[in-house]
Write a protein that binds this ligand. Structure first.
Ligand code: ADP
Ligand code: MG
Length: 298
């Protein structure tokens, strides 16, 4: 279902570009006391860029990027878009990207496919393991040191052997820190929730004013739902803001699911409320407005 109504009350919701699914949403918006924030695409722009490549085997940087770019072209993930774009930049003029056979993707894990007869696997360590690919201690140290810079780092393996690590960086949205401060003023506890690594998550949390103990990193898509349930079991009334396919189940489980307007259709469908401007300031506005509106009605 698409959002059926505009935030009613004074009609300010319409002006603000806040779409809600029904009257009950106003009540839920008023009572939330905890807000889980997806990192990539919600607190950050979700527009990643490749910042570095480390080779681990026989193949050079350009070849690692070419193979990874070919399979990532079949994925919509922000990581995939960045790698596909970087590979396209390095391609000789007129050359098309290599064809991919047997493409598969694991949400929150990575991708796999065959390019030029080579099986290419890209993603996190758990996804490599699922594909029977082991990494050495020294390779893992290389990945960790990339992550310590705040980068998102992913493995690229070819024919069962780790061949490279690609680092990517994202940009925090301009309004995120101010919006999170406002959410705190409204009495909400902000929690950062991400499938990304702990160091990258901690760096974002520090900039936007989220407490280190309220950073949940390395969380798989199923883990996002569990995080919502756990907080609810502790008595919290939970809002969750997200944009990705991997956020949809958590958005549905939350007392108030909030989607970014630029998010995937599944996220928007699962949410109670959509902010068209993709801005967390609109989330704070929606909460302020719902409290004022219901305050005068009741
Ligand atoms: P987030 O919660 O930040 O939106 P995801 O749950 O989508 O992150 O992804 C978690 C991790 O899974 C990524 O940081 C990456 O390591 C890996 N991953 C997911 N999709 C891909 C992909 N298309 N290519 C490579 N790695 C991926
Ligand atoms: Mg996201």
């Amino acid at each position: 279902a698409t959002p059926v109504g505009l935030l009613t009350g004074t009609g300010r919701g319409a002006q603000l570009g806040i779409l809600i699914k029904g009257p009950q949403v106003l009540e839920d918006t008023r009572t939330v006391d905890t807000i889980l924030l997806d990192k990539t695409g919600t607190v950050t722009q979700g527009k990643l860029a490749v910042t570095g490549i480390v080779t681990l085997g026989q193949r050079g940087e350009a070849e690692v990027l070419r193979l990874a770019g070919a399979i990532e072209s079949a994925s919509e993930h922000p990581i995939a878009r960045a790698i596909a774009a970087a590979a396209a930049e390095g391609r000789p003029a007129g050359a098309g990207r290599a064809a991919v056979k047997g493409f598969e993707s694991a949400p929150g894990g990575g991708v796999r496919g065959t390019v030029d007869g080579h099986v290419v696997v890209a993603g996190r360590a758990g996804w490599l393991r699922e594909n029977g690919i082991e990494t050495t201690d020294s390779q893992q140290k290389t990945l960790l040191s990339a992550e310590q810079t705040g980068a998102t780092a992913i493995w690229v393996a070819v024919d069962g052997t780790p061949e490279g690590i690609i680092s990517l960086a994202d940009t925090i949205k301009d309004g995120s820190a101010a919006a999170i401060a406002r959410l705190k003023t409204l009495g909400l506890r902000p929690i950062l929730l991400t499938g990304d690594n702990a160091a990258a998550a901690a760096q974002v949390a520090a900039v936007v004013g989220i407490a280190p103990e309220d950073v949940y990193a390395g969380v798989l898509p199923e883990g996002k739902v569990d995080a919502v349930k756990r907080l609810q079991a502790e008595g919290a009334t939970v809002a969750m803001a997200g944009d990705g396919v991997n956020d949809a189940a958590a958005l549905a489980q939350a007392d108030l699911g909030i989607a970014m307007g630029s998010g995937t259709d599944v996220a928007i469908e699962a949410a109670d409320l959509t902010v068209m401007g993709n801005d967390l300031a609109q989330v704070a506005q929606a909460i302020e407005l719902s409290r004022k509106t219901l305050g005068t009605i009741k």
